[in-house]
Design a protein around this ligand. Structure first.
Ligand code: ZN
Length: 341
C-alpha cells in the first residue's frame, strides 16, 4: 500500500553539470562524462533507497534535459542550428533544435543508464521518457508541417526505445506530458492517441506524468495567472481513463487543482504529488500524510501512490534529499494513521 516514488528527475551534482539550471552544461566530456553520469546515477539510487522509497529511478542524471536528452539520439534533427522558440504556449523561450528530415533512431537512447540502474538496485525501477506531444512542443518543425503527424512519428521512436527499456528490466515506463496541461483540447483529441502508439506492445506498467512544470520562475508566474481553481486536468483525464495507460502522475500539494478531479481517473493508479518542487521548504510528515488523506477521499487506497509534484532537476541537492525523506516519512505516517505499517 502507498508505494512511493518520485516524478523522475533529481538535481545533478556540481561535478557532473552546472547546478540549478534546466539546460545545464556538462562539466566533463567523453569517457570522463560517462563515468560522472554513472557515478551520479548510483549515488541517487542509493539516496532513494536510503530515504525509503519503494520504486526508484535514475534521476535523469544522464540527460541534459528531459526532452532534448531523447532527441540527441534521433536522426533527422539538427542540433547545430538551434532556434529560439516560445514553448508551452509561449510561457517561456527555449533554444530548440529543428526537425529537418524523416525521424529515425540512431540506436538505443537510454541503454547505458537503464542497464546500470537495473544492475544496482533490487527495487522496482521506473524510467521516464518525454511524451510525444511535449516533444512536439519542444522542437522546431522544419519538415513535417503537421503536429499530429510529427507526434506520431516521435511516438513510434519512443515505442522502440520503450520496448528496449522493458527488455532491460525496467518495471515502469513513464511518459512526461506537461503539454497536456497547456493544450487541453489537443491532448484529448490526439495527445492521448499518440501516447497509445508509444506504449504499444508494452507489458510492463505504463504511466503518464502531467504537471504544472518545474519550480522555475516562468512556471510560478504562469501558475499565478491560472486563477484559484486549476481545472486543466478535467479535459484530459476522461480520455486517459479510457486509454490503456496504467498510471497517472499529477500535481496536488500546494496546487489549486480541485482534488475531486482525481475521481475522473477511473481504474487508474494515481501518483499523487505530495511533495512540492516549487519551494525549498521541506514538507513535514504531517503535511504529506494530510495530502494523502485528501486524495484518499477520491482514490481507492490500493490505487494511491505518493509521489512528487514534478521533477526536482533545478533544485538544490540537499533540499531534494530532504524532500525524498519527507516523502517516505509522511507516507509512513499516513499508513500509521490507517493502522497499517
Ligand atoms: Zn512535471
Amino acid at each position: 500500500m502507498f508505494e512511493t516514488s518520485i516524478a523522475g528527475s533529481l538535481p545533478k551534482p556540481g561535478w557532473l553539470a552546472e547546478t540549478n539550471k534546466l539546460w545545464p552544461q556538462w562539466q566533463a566530456e567523453g569517457d570522463a562524462l560517462l563515468q560522472a553520469k554513472a557515478d551520479a546515477t548510483l549515488l541517487w539510487i542509493k539516496a532513494q533507497e536510503d530515504a525509503g522509497l519503494d520504486i526508484v529511478c535514475d534521476g535523469e542524471q544522464s540527460r541534459q534535459h528531459f526532452v532534448h536528452g531523447f532527441l540527441e539520439q534521433v536522426e533527422g534533427i539538427d542540433f547545430d542550428n538551434k532556434v529560439t522558440m516560445g514553448i508551452r504556449n509561449n510561457r517561456y523561450d527555449a533554444m530548440v533544435p529543428q526537425v529537418v528530415a524523416p525521424l529515425r533512431l540512431k540506436g538505443r537512447v537510454h541503454a547505458f543508464e537503464a542497464q546500470l540502474a537495473r544492475a544496482h538496485t533490487k527495487k522496482r525501477l521506473k524510467f521516464t521518457l518525454p511524451g510525444p506531444m511535449t516533444i512536439v512542443d519542444t522542437v522546431a518543425d522544419n519538415f513535417y508541417g503537421d503536429k499530429v503527424k510529427m507526434a506520431l512519428a516521435f511516438a513510434e521512436l519512443l515505442n522502440q526505445e520503450a520496448l528496449a527499456l522493458q527488455a532491460d528490466g525496467v518495471d515502469i515506463i513513464q511518459f512526461d506530458e506537461p503539454a497536456f496541461n497547456v493544450y487541453m483540447k489537443e491532448a484529448a483529441d490526439w495527445g492521448v492517441q499518440a501516447l497509445e502508439r508509444a506504449v504499444q506492445g508494452l507489458t510492463c506498467t505504463t504511466a503518464v506524468h502531467i504537471c504544472y512544470g518545474y519550480g522555475i520562475k516562468a512556471n510560478t508566474d504562469w501558475k499565478s495567472t491560472l486563477g484559484h481553481e486549476w481545472r486543466q486536468y478535467e479535459e484530459v483525464f476522461p480520455a486517459l481513463a479510457r486509454s490503456s495507460i496504467d498510471q497517472v502522475s499529477l500535481e496536488c500539494i500546494n496546487s489549486h487543482v480541485p482534488p475531486e478531479l482525481m475521481k475522473l481517473l477511473v481504474n487508474k493508479d494515481v501518483l499523487v504529488g505530495v511533495i512540492d518542487v516549487a519551494t525549498d521548504v521541506v514538507e513535514t510528515p504531517e503535511q504529506v500524510a494530510d495530502t494523502i488523506a485528501t486524495a484518499l477521499q477520491f482514490v481507492p487506497q490500493e490505487r494511491l501512490f505518493p509521489c512528487t509534484n514534478c521533477g526536482m532537476a533545478p533544485m538544490g541537492r540537499n533540499v531534494a534529499w530532504q524532500k525524498l525523506r519527507a516523502l517516505a516519512e509522511g507516507t509512513k505516517l499516513a499508513k500509521e494513521r490507517l493502522g497499517q505499517r
